[in-house]
Design a protein around this ligand. Sequence first.
Ligand code: PMP
Length: 412
Amino acid sequence: GDLLQRTTLPGVFPCLAQSVNGVPLAYLDNAATTHMPLAVLDAMSAFEGRDRSNIHRGVHTLSQRATDAFEQARSDLKRFVGAGPAHELVFTSGTTDALNMVANGLALAGDGPPWLQPGDEIIVSGLEHHANLVPWQQAARRSGALLRVLRPDAQGRLHVDDLARLLTPRTMVFAVTACANATGERPPYEELLALASEAGALTVLDAAQAVAHETPQLMALACDFMAFSGHKMYGPMGTGALAGRRKSLERLTPLRFGGDMVERVGEQDASFAPLPARLEGGTPNVAGAVGLAAAAAFIEQTGRGAIDAHLRALRAHAAKGLAALDGVTVLAPHAHGSAIVSFVARNAHPHDLGTLLDERGIAVRTGHHCAQPLLDHLGLGPTTRASFAIYNTHEEVERLLAGVAQALEVLG
Ligand code: PMP
């Protein structure tokens, strides 16, 4: 409790200590991007101001320090996502980059044939962000595999029985989100991954919306690949990781060739380095990796239990208050374990609602949230989405509720 309160003190999150349209900012767009605490900014600036140098290739002191900082960040993050001795973590520029690395790495031939063969089947859930759908569409096209969708029910819920019916001996990949960014739905991903894995598929978890809250733990999951982004967990933009079983990561055909990822290079061919370097061609974002590890440390120091409880309470407060407003429908009202509340209002377009809220200093996101097939399936258009982080307060939820109520009067 104490630690959590300290994170909301002015100055801990510099970007939040400002007014928008003459009103203190209530930043409720955390599912898109969270803000960085000073601890993260300081860690990155200390690296840049003292250790900045290229990694892995130098014997000089700064290069060794930079290499140590990068590899320390990797091992800190592995611990953060519950990786065991059979797991590895590769730095990426984010979730999108990580999911593309998996989909293309399974679809394209490298030294050997690719994992995906013509006639194989890929199953993706119908809750996915475009980043966990479009790469699979492309992978299917490139490999001749078939793409099947595990559709949610009319309330946007996924069912384990439905997956059991979709699985066949040709199912080679199953991909699902740990939390749907458009609705806040928290699917039973543990059971889904376990079932697909037992059936022989490689399993992919999009943890973008779960990494900062109820963080999935690799050792407890039947998960081959888990993707996440730094900017949704109080870390820097353009950072992220692909973590997973080392054996499965080894199956990925490398897609980015160049320095650092090779072992021996001749004029006509090259052999590739072992993991993790194999999938990290070129100079990485070292300051970003340092910042990402600092963000994980910040979450751990604040206390995962306290964070999870706080975010659940904010979500419940907002969902209840919004549902009580005339003409408002909250998506996934049953969802627990998410920090997202997405809603539609009978007589108000989300764009207008978002604009009126901004006039009151309240930042929410409106639109399709990069999940068009899901909203189509639910018979919905664009929505308004509020999403919470550790620095948000119940007073900000009250401001949201009052703001929406007033906007609906103006627009109605
Ligand atoms: N998956 C989900 C569930 C997301 O919410 C997002 C970001 N909105 C992404 C993937 C893509 O993340 P990034 O843009 O950081 O690559």
